[in-house]
Write a protein that binds this ligand. Sequence first.
Ligand code: BTN
Length: 240
Amino acid sequence: MIEYIAETGSTNSDLLERLKAGERIAEGQWLVADRQTAGRGRQGRRWNGGLGNFMGSTVVHRLPGDPPAPTLALLAGMALHEATVPLVPDASRLHLKWPNDLLYMKAKLAGILLEGQGDAVVVGIGVNLAEAPDLPDRETLSFAAFGPAPDRNLFAGSLAGMFARELERWRTYGLEPLLRRWQAAGLPKGTPLKVHDGTAVAVDGKVAGLAEDGSLLLLLPNGATRPIHAGDVMIADQGT
Ligand code: BTN
């Protein structure tokens, strides 16, 4: 179920190309690389993880009656959270940041990239198991900061298992239970955020939960609540 390769450009690109070429990739199949040379993150960023990190992608085939495809980001985040709770010293500091980052306090441990190809969605996940990249604009952290770096292959097996379980629940019980569990694992209500939603000016607000469709509810300084359907979300300094 898990195919390991030493090096590739991007595991997401590889699966997208295979799908484009007509290959039938079964759900539950993962492509995991030791190294990516052209790894991609959200918003056009790069994601070329170091040796010992997890970089892997899988495919979900959208079926009639499935919840909306963008909520696969929440599903993947939930699987990531479940797989990483045992790896941190204090699980109350491990949070999901909408739509698809895993944080320990304010530092990013992992990210998710969703890309569509016809009726299929490629879900790519990058996890800083052994080392974290230095980024100018955000704090990063690796699991190796807490002790010996988790074994990449054991982690891959655990994440694939959690993902399969979440996918089955999403299909069987729908979105509502996932949203409830995601909110419990997400940044607490009231956390101050700065949201770049594609417009020139960033929007300040506070976490107010998730809407029924999985979008982020942002409590604005004027007391109104705005749903955020897409964008880049940063934790703001307290008091802003
Ligand atoms: C982000 O936080 O910006 C998303 C990062 C997603 C990185 C993963 S690593 C495996 C897969 N292949 C890629 O090229 N990107 C994703």
